[in-house]
Design a binder for this molecule. Structure first.
Ligand code: GDP
Length: 697
């Protein structure tokens, strides 16, 4: 592949709802460009972008994939288009963020049959938040019930103004045979090989097309004072001039061109590639904002994609390749990154050598000796560089701020199958995390569990399949144990006594303890109110230690004891047989007895849950929260058709909320959860809690 010039590079994220045809569209573009002999099929597992076994099994994209190709556009210039296919499923939204962090254009794929779906809305919102220019491709125009006009209306109704149709389908559904080019007023008829020739417009679309053409010209010139003036004085700008103006409006995210066709039959595919080149921004149009300097002194600066500038690369994705190990995908933000160049990871300070530069196309490695500003490249085996890192020359502390990973909403505890799996687990998890920053691993010392958290059950399931396939580590999963605690509701006294005098040196200690409840969250208070030295001062620390250790290891119900005041008010000792050990044991025995008499109860963690759902789901979601023993603090309309509900809900009831809320709201509900406080567990649930805590079900 030739080294392109920066202004001829187009980095395009393909985004949209799962099943809208993104992966098939990438195949169609690659086939039309002659990169693959014939397009692969998602169902056969033969596509360039869905190459991982987990993706083939599920026939869906689970991580982003890049597919570069060269394209000679209708303006006669040759471009390099880097397609970045993204997963449409919400569990893998982190990769959508990563793709958008390097894309200069997002191509929103919408099915002409299904229209705007939940994944379409989610992708649009992310593109808007990331400030990425957008274009829409209405796909599946060949399918029964395809309806371009309905989709266009829906786009405008859902997302607002700015959608400009540049094409109309000629004969929808199985009669689809071409497209009307609104800008040039032409009909384009397609051959089975995906090539087209111009024909006069069929009579049934000619009128509509002419009306749209006039509207389009007016819409475009309205964005350019000079063209508007000429237009008003009766001069119609040429198609090339209109395209140039529209390209500026696309860059400014004022207009969103809408194209159409079929990834399956090839209609409209070459025109899509043309428009990506002619209307899509180049990396040179979109400088990157980076942080320069250290700590509080850091300032934001804009870096232009200038191939003569200082080399600067941003690692937006790391993948584990079975043959070469870790592969870092990067975008060159400025300068040119050459083979064997030494750059520094500005987060860790580690010097990295760029040996073995290549471009990835699906799984294929296309070697190269340099990657210029704006282009996407790959390098294997960096020593200490993960996703989100910036590589810069020595003494150039510049950092790209990566998009924050989505907050994990679902977790499972991992149980290695064998000792060998156990030994390899933590290293393998670390590598998995370097690949996917949306995963989190947590070791809970209290419950002894290793917990893997992510964006949903599928995300975790797929990650565990990768753990087994790539790193040979097999695990079973179990629910995350809820960290229950216990406390007392009453007051009590007890005497802890150790007396052992069977020959030789004996053991003797007595500690009289009084326990009383503290307020929730106050923890533990130890009071020494011994008078007259009934327990000599030097043994008091041992008494306290015995109490603290017993509280930590578990009280009457077997859970750590909290919110208790323990007073040691009396005791006895023996000048020869008493020891620290004896007092520790006596205190422990005394505490256990006192707690048992003081109405011990189990405490459960209560989370503060914030849920945002479409208004029409509000009733169901509130009813469901009630069934989960939730207490609603507030409900509030957000004014955009959604309601925010804030509630206190026991953590034990939220284990699978990510999955259940998704099914309750058709994927439109989102939530966040933070620990709030501990509260008394109803006594009829105590047995269940104890069973869950010991790993039984
Ligand atoms: P993705 O999840 O968005 O990547 O969608 P896929 O590319 O996996 O496509 C989902 C399904 O739609 C597959 O069965 C494709 O064969 C089918 N499909 C994709 N594009 C078209 C199209 O233009 N026309 C028709 N009839 N089917 C299509």
């Amino acid at each position: 592949m030739n080294t392109p010039s920066t202004d001829k590079i187009r980095n395009v994220a393909i985004v949209g709802h799962s099943g809208s045809g993104k992966t098939t569209l990438v195949e169609a573009l690659l086939a039309r460009a002659g990169v693959v002999a014939r397009p692969g099929r998602v169902e056969d597992g033969t596509t360039v972008c869905d190459s991982e076994p987990e993706e083939i099994k599920r026939t869906m994209s689970l991580s982003l994939a890049v597919a570069p190709f060269e394209w000679q556009a209708s303006d006669g210039e040759t471009y390099k288009i880097n397609l970045i296919d993204t997963p449409g499923y919400a569990d893998f939204a982190g990769d959508l963020d990563a793709a958008l962090s390097v894309a200069d254009l997002a191509l929103l794929v919408v099915s002409a049959v299904d229209g705007v779906e939940v994944g379409t809305e989610a992708a649009w919102a992310k593109c808007a938040a990331a400030g990425v220019p957008r274009m829409v491709f209405v796909n599946k125009e060949d399918k029964p019930r395809a309806d371009f006009h309905a989709v266009l209306d829906q786009l405008k109704a859902t997302f607002g103004s700015g959608f400009v149709p540049l094409e109309l389908p000629l004969g929808e559904e199985e009669r689809l045979h071409g497209i009307a080019d609104v800008l040039t007023d032409q009909g384009l008829e397609y051959e089975p090989d995906g090539k087209h020739h111009a024909e006069p417009l069929p009579a049934d679309v000619a009128d509509e097309e002419h009306r749209l053409h006039d509207e389009l010209v007016e819409e475009i010139v309205a964005g350019d004072d000079e063209q508007l003036e000429r237009y008003l004085s009766g001069e119609v700008p040429s198609a090339a001039e209109l395209e140039r103006t529209l390209a500026h409006e696309v860059l400014d995210q004022l207009e969103f061109p809408v194209l159409c066709g079929s990834a399956l039959t090839g209609v409209g595919i070459d025109r899509l590639a043309d428009y990506i080149c002619e209307l899509g921004p180049s990396p040179a149009d979109r400088p990157t904002t980076v942080l320069a300097g250290d700590g509080d002194d850091a300032v934001t600066v804009e870096v232009a994609a200038d191939k003569g500038g200082k080399p600067l690369a941003y690692v937006f994705k790391t993948v584990a390749d079975q043959f070469v190990g870790q592969v870092s995908l990067f975008k060159v933000l400025s300068g040119t990154v050459g083979l064997d160049e030494r750059l520094v990871n500005t987060s860790t300070g580690t010097e990295e050598r760029m040996h073995g530069l290549f471009h990835l196309r699906g799984k294929e490695h296309l070697t190269c000796d340099r990657v210029v500003a704006g282009d996407i490249g790959a390098v294997a085996k960096l020593t200490d560089t993960g996703t989100g890192a910036t590589l810069a020359p020595k003494d150039s502390p510049v950092r790209v701020v990566p998009p924050p990973p989505p907050t994990p909403v679902f977790g499972l505890a991992l149980k290695p199958l064998t000792q060998a799996d156990d030994d390899k687990l933590s290293g393998a998890l670390q590598r998995l995390l370097a690949e996917d920053p949306c995963l989190q691993v947590e070791r809970n010392d209290e419950t002894g569990q290793t917990i893997l958290r992510g964006c949903g059950d599928t995300h975790i399931a797929v990650s565990l399949e990768r753990l087994a396939r790539k790193f040979g580590v097999n695990v079973e999963t179990e629910d995350v144990r809820v960290p229950y605690r216990e406390t007392i509701l009453g007051r009590a006294e007890a005497e802890g006594k150790v007396k052992k005098q069977s020959g030789g040196h004996g053991q003797f200690a007595v500690a009289n303890l009084r326990v009383s409840p503290l307020g929730r969250g106050e923890g533990f208070e130890f009071v020494n109110s011994i008078v007259g030295g009934t327990i000599p001062k030097q043994y008091i620390p041992a008494v306290q230690k015995g109490i603290e250790e017993t509280m930590a290891t578990g009280g009457v119900h077997g859970f750590p004891v909290v919110d208790v005041r323990v007073e040691c008010y009396d005791g006895k000792y023996h000048s020869v047989d008493s020891s620290d050990m004896a007092f520790k044991t006596a205190a422990s025995l005394g505490l256990k007895e006192a707690l048992a008499k003081a109405n011990p109860v189990v405490l459960e963690p209560i989370s503060l849950l914030t849920v945002v759902v479409p208004e029409h789901n509000q009733g169901d979601v509130l009813g469901d929260l009630n069934a989960r023993r939730g207490r609603v603090n507030s409900t509030r309309s957000l004014g955009d058709g959604r309601t925010e509900i804030v509630a206190q809900v026991p953590a034990a009831e939220l284990q699978r909320y990510a999955v259940e809320l998704r099914s309750m709201t058709g994927g439109r509900g989102t939530f966040s959860v933070v620990h709030d406080h501990y509260d008394v567990l109803p006594s009829h649930l105590e047995a269940k809690a104890k069973a869950a805590a010991s790993g039984e079900h």
